[in-house]
Design a binder for this molecule. Structure first.
Ligand code: NAI
Length: 303
C-alpha cells in the first residue's frame, strides 16, 4: 500500500540540514504540511540562523508542497509550545513529530566537561521530551499521532568518545519504552530510529567513497514507515545506505539460584544458565520481569 500523508501535519526538528531536511522533503512530497524546525546553529550547537530552515521551506514550496519555517530552540519549552501552537493555528492539527535535532560535543569521559555533557543531554534528550510533551495532548485528543525519537548506535551499543551523546541517545529509548504504553490506547505510537548517514555530523568519520553511498535520503524511508498509519509501536529501526535492521533489547530466561544465592553461584552461572540465549525475548514492559521471576521461583519451590 502506498504510504501517503495527505491532510496530515508533520513537525520535523533540526530539519534545516542532513537527515531532518531529507525527512521534511519526503513528508511534503507525500502530501504532508511540514513544520521545518531548525535553530540553524553550528555542529556543536553554537550560534543560530533562520537561513537553513527557510531554504528547505523554499525547496518544498518550489515542489508544490506546503511548509513553514520555525526557528524554535528545542531546549526552550516556551519556544517549542509556540511552534506547536503556530502549526495548529495554521493547519489545525499535528499528526507527526520527528525528534531529529542534534549536536555533537565529542570528548573522552576523562577530558569532557560536565557542562558539555549537560548541553548534549539538553538538546537530544530534553529537546525530544519538550517537543513530545508539547504535542502529546493534541495527539491524544485527535486519537492519532506518530512520533519518532532519533537514537543512535552510539547509545544502543557505545562509541568511544561519545559518553554524553550516547547517554542522551539511550535516554530517548527509555522515554519511548514508557510512552509506547501510555499512548497505545489513543493510537499515539512512538518508535526510535538509529540512523547512519553522511551529514555534517559524520563527515570526518567515514571515507569519501563510503559517504557517497550513505545519503540521508536513504534513511528517510524508514522514518516514513515509522510515521505511517500502520507503524509499529515501541520499536527501534536501524537505517543507513539503504539497509534496514531492527534492534531489540532481549532478556535471557535466566535461572533461579535459590533464595540465598551466593555471589560465587552467580559467577559460576554467568557463562552458563544466566547467559543461555535459549528462550531469550524482548519484554513489552518492566513488570514482565518480576512476573517471570515470580513464576520461576514458584516452579522451583514446587518442583
Ligand atoms: P546535522 O547537524 O546535519 O543536523 C542536525 C540539525 O539539528 C542541524 O540543522 C541543527 O541546526 C539542528 N539543531 C541543533 N540543535 C538544535 C536545537 N537546539 N533546536 C533546533 N534545532 C537544532 O546532523 P544529522 O546527521 O542530520 O543528525 C540528525 C539526527 O540524527 C541527530 O539527532 C543525530 O544525533 C542523529 N544521528 C545521526 C547519525 C548520522 O550518521 N548522521 C548517526 C546517528 C544519529
Amino acid at each position: 500500500m502506498t504510504i501517503r500523508f495527505d491532510g496530515q501535519v508533520a513537525i520535523v526538528t533540526g530539519a534545516g540540514n542532513g537527515l531532518g531536511r531529507a525527512h521534511a522533503l519526503a513528508f511534503a512530497a507525500r502530501g504532508a504540511k511540514v513544520v521545518v524546525n531548525d535553530l540553524g546553529g553550528a555542529r556543536d550547537g553554537t550560534g543560530a540562523s533562520s537561513a537553513a530552515a527557510q531554504a528547505v521551506v523554499e525547496e518544498i514550496k518550489a515542489g508544490g508542497g506546503e511548509a513553514m519555517a520555525n526557528g524554535a530552540d528545542v531546549t526552550n519549552y516556551a519556544q517549542v509550545e509556540a511552534m506547536v501552537a503556530e502549526a495548529k493555528a495554521a493547519w489545525g492539527r499535528v499528526d507527526i513529530l520527528v525528534n531529529n535535532a542534534g549536536i555533537l560535543r565529542d570528548k573522552t569521559f576523562v577530558k569532557g566537561s560536565l557542562d558539555d555533557f549537560r548541553v548534549v543531554l539538553e538538546v537530544h534528550l530534553m529537546g525530544s521530551i519538550n517537543c513530545t510533551k508539547a504535542v502529546w495532548e493534541t495527539m491524544r485528543e485527535q486519537q492519532y499521532g506518530r512520533i519518532v525519537m532519533t537514537s543512535s548506535s552510539s547509545g544502543l551499543y557505545g562509541n568511544f568518545g561519545q559518553t554524553n551523546y550516547g547517554t542522551a541517545k539511550m535516554g530517548v529509548v527509555g522515554a519511548m519504552n514508557t510512552l509506547k504504553l501510555e499512548g497505545e490506547k489513543y493510537n499515539v505510537r512512538i518508535n526510535a530510529l538509529a540512523p547512519t548517514a553522511a551529514t555534517r555530523m559524520t563527515e570526518e568519520l567515514f571515507p569519501a567513497d563510503q559517504l557517497e553511498l550513505m545519503g540521508p535520503e536513504q534513511v528517510t524511508p524508514g522514518v516514513l514507515f515509522l510515521c505511517s498509519e500502520n507503524a509499529p509501536n515501541g520499536e527501534i529501526l536501524c537505517a543507513g545506505a539503504g539497509c534496514f535492521a531492527r534492534t531489540r533489547i532481549v532478556e535471557t530466561q535466566g535461572v533461579f539460584l535459590g533464595s540465598n544465592a551466593s555471589p560465587e553461584a552467580v559467577a559460576e552461572a554467568w557463562d552458563g544458565a544466566i547467559s543461555d540465549e535459549t528462550g531469550a525475548r524482548a519484554l513489552r514492559q518492566g513488570m514482565e520481569q518480576p512476573a517471570k521471576f515470580g513464576k520461576m521461583v514458584a516452579a522451583a519451590l514446587k518442583g
